[in-house]
Design a protein around this ligand. Sequence first.
Ligand code: SF4
Length: 325
Amino acid sequence: MKYPVEHKFAKQWWISLSEACNWKCWYCDFPMKKDIKTADADYLKWFLNILKPVIKDKNIEICVEGGEIGLVDPHILDIFFNSDLDKSYTVTTNGLFMRQDYHNRYKDHIHYILYHVVSDVTDPNVVFEKYKDTDPSIKIDYTIVIHKRNIKYLDEFFDNNKDCIFLPHLMQPRRPGLDFLSIEEFEQIYDILKDKENVYDHFKNRILNIIQHLKEEQSDPTKLKKMRDFCANVYHKPIFDLPNRLIKRCCITIDNCDAADITEENLYKLVNNDVSLFPKTDPICDNCIANFLWRHNPKWMLKYNRDELMNITRSLRRNNYHEVL
Ligand code: SF4
């Protein structure tokens, strides 16, 4: 199954409206939070007001989430979705957003929903709600998180849900102390998924990419480190943590990466890829196998995003980050 929006956007800017979530996924950093915060209305209006000129005419996809966005106060959602940012949004949800019928309420402002169907696949017969009658202008993909302990259920799980198209997620270093997948486990996952019609080819290709790079890393660790350091300076997927009024380097995690204050000046640094915004490297990258790590390397950008690469190279040179290239 071909992934329709690939290469469409140069960058994805994520916005977190709240820390509240009705799930407690063991691999996530949100449940670890003590005093749950949410974005307030005046601050959100101020943020949207300074964001608009920064992203005007920029090839940036705006993605919004919580915690769980379905728990966010409707007044806050109205301010966000009815803001005149002149963008159509991507929403990630565990389904509560649709159960609240928000996908219909804001259908004129949403083009893509990534629906996390279950917190963890611990039973291949797990049942979840399926959305077949949504507005055709909104594309919904289904996702699960794959990790060491649920590989054994994947084959039957995907066969039990042939009526849904899946863009699975591989467990990422969202919080410290997670046990990552080994090369052998990636090979096992690939063998299970390679012939599944209801899993995107682009995800299967990525697993082959990961296996190739992790094998190379065994003989030459510098190459993958260089790719991770470059990715850390591409600012491809930052996240705006509005409850804490901070820009975080990467949406892989909301708490365990570098942060900077949300100011107009810092938003321009981000959009101009001014690499003085964050330190050169970030420990969060050390175990990263994210999609855009493979995609957002100089060779790929030279082919698909030359302008952005030139922009980044100038900024890296200006800040003496030559070795990152
Ligand atoms: S290497 Fe991974 S964690 Fe680091 S910035 Fe890139 S995607 Fe984020």
